[in-house]
Design a protein around this ligand. Sequence first.
Ligand SMILES: O=C(O)CCC(=O)C(=O)O
Length: 259
Amino acid sequence: MSAGALFSRDQVGQFNEQGYVIEKSLAGPEICSRMLQVIREIMEPPLAPVEFETDVQYPGSPTDRLSPGGNTPRRFLNAYTRDSVFRQWARNPGVVGRIRQLLDTGQVLVSQNHHNCIMTKHPGFSSATLWHQDIRYWLFDQPDLVSVWLALTDENEDNGGLQLIPGSHRLHIDRGRFDGALFLRQDLPANQKMINNAVAAELHRGDALFFHSRTLHAAGRNNTDDIKTSLVFTYHAENNQPLAGTRSAAYPDIACTRE
Ligand SMILES: O=C(O)CCC(=O)C(=O)O
């Protein structure tokens, strides 16, 4: 990945308009293979800290840890501290330079408190994630963060890949249009109208999806026979700090220094 080649002006424009942009083949085959090797080692048995499908209780989750599929991992947390290959990726100039462009800022930090995980969706026991904005439980001076979702396997609607609602990061959506857990209510015609505009992010191994923390997104279950695996980190500008004493500030953020 070259540090010099960053987003084009059109790509930055697309992000500003749509709330997301995809960079194809941002991670080369070698780093993807190394990451997958590390992930295989932490997957069986699942090495803590892990969030299991039963913890999220999303539609399709096994009911409890003792039921079939009860030990299916959903997220391997603390990706940043698990291996240097993840740290190198998170602070790579090709990633960080693009984040700087999207946040239109100099210094950026990667959060240890949000995402910072390896997401998996296993055949048979994966769950669906309803429509939400990531910012809903994050507390920062401003709601402007960017996540980078790196596909380590191909992702599409069939295996529970992400869907996004273009431009939703710019909308003001009344609280009443969300349910108690801050998922978009599907029973409201105004919400259905937005959902009808959703697009599925088709990603191949090494592709990176950059999306705004206010962009509405959702994902289905994995209906294939293969595990879907992705790595996700979230970034914010130095002048947009987490609120002290909240979960967003639990662990220090990592400065991505200029090379
Ligand atoms: O993979 C999924 O089901 C979506 C995950 C997601 O949207 C999230 O963790 O914010």
